[in-house]
Design a protein around this ligand. Sequence first.
Ligand SMILES: [Zn+2]
Length: 457
Amino acid sequence: MAGRAAGGASRALRRGGGTAIAGAIAQRIDSALPARLAGQIGHGCALVTGTNGKTTTARMLAAAAREAGLQPLANPSGSNLMRGITAALISETGATGSIRNGADRVGIFEVDEAVLPHAVRALRPRAVIFTNLFRDQLDRYGEADAVVSIWQRAISDLLPDATLVVNADDPAVASLIEAAERPVLTYGIDDVSQAIDEPEHASDYKLCLTCDEELDYDATFYGHIGHWCCPGCGRTRPAPDVRALSIDANRDGSAAVSIATADGEREFYLPLSGLYNVANALAATAGAVALGLPMDAALRALAAFLPAFGRQERFRVEGRDVVVLLGKNPTGLNQVLRTISAGQGAQHLLFFLNDGIADGRDISWIWDADYEIIAAGARGVTVSGTRADELALRLSYADVAAEPRVVTETRAAMDAALAQTPPGEMLYVLPTYTAMLEVRELLAARAGVRPYWEDTP
Ligand SMILES: [Zn+2]
């Protein structure tokens, strides 16, 4: 009750969504609370973790559960520490302090990579979905190897019949299978026509985690994601249980994806662009299989999917189309840049680089991202954020703009970028995480969209 009151007060004072504070207070009073509430969720819980794609994957899986007639209980985007999860559980309790409609509910939580062991112990999930492991927020976690050992510890605490859902195309994630001693379901992209010719700078896992030998790739999709094998110890990409046989991108960025599961082959429509979103859709589909949801419901949910705030969200502002694409690490950003460069005509761009705690204080990753991808199509380029000067320097090295216009203040930067974009054309906004919150609020106000915490997940 104290948690709910604090959450309500925070919302009333407009201090933000009031999501995490409720959890923080309730957890301090009763540390066993999340476990007790999670135990009332009739269809159990699934957790989604990994560097990129966990918000989108969790939302896709929640949509699949809803389409299957269940009531998903999810944490809002970004509130993926234990206090955010606890707050989400509390917000779904009734007057007696129990989860409302517990019997019809399924918990779908996105979980920060480092928090997974706590979440596993508290929530006793039926399935854990691992999306990928990229270099991200180095100052928070140390190198990616440390995350693998954190995940291995979490897996050893899973219930014996809990299913691991694993990205076969990511050698680091796939390495989790070996000592799992739990049921495993793998997913991956079989369509090698989607491979890129040149490996990206951002590839983190060129070396085998088992024997340190350099991995061989038959096909690279992005970063270290692809068809890999190790010439040293013979470890190789597992054949995926849920796999994309072919991906046909439409002009508007949507795609027709042909998918194979144990049930056979089908085609589904995915209204999102980027190969990374195909991977997210496969992760969600495999998660649906692990939870025993009907495949038809899962694919219907994907076809009707709307992106989470800030992730490919579109606004119509003063006659311009504005699309917001979150870019917070080299691999995620490279995918975003590829999506932009595939678009028609000149590209008007507004970048934000912040170094807040939630962004990662270390911004050296911008030197590993391939801004060169958009050099040919970039026209009006505006750079903003607390580290705008550093990014402007990076963009000039990438030949994206000889002298990008630097406008530090967010609102002024948005005004400048909109003014530079001719009516009827598209402005791409690429913020880091904390800037995304500001940008989103600004655009929502101008376009008349509700603030994000009023969105139902
Ligand atoms: Zn090896």
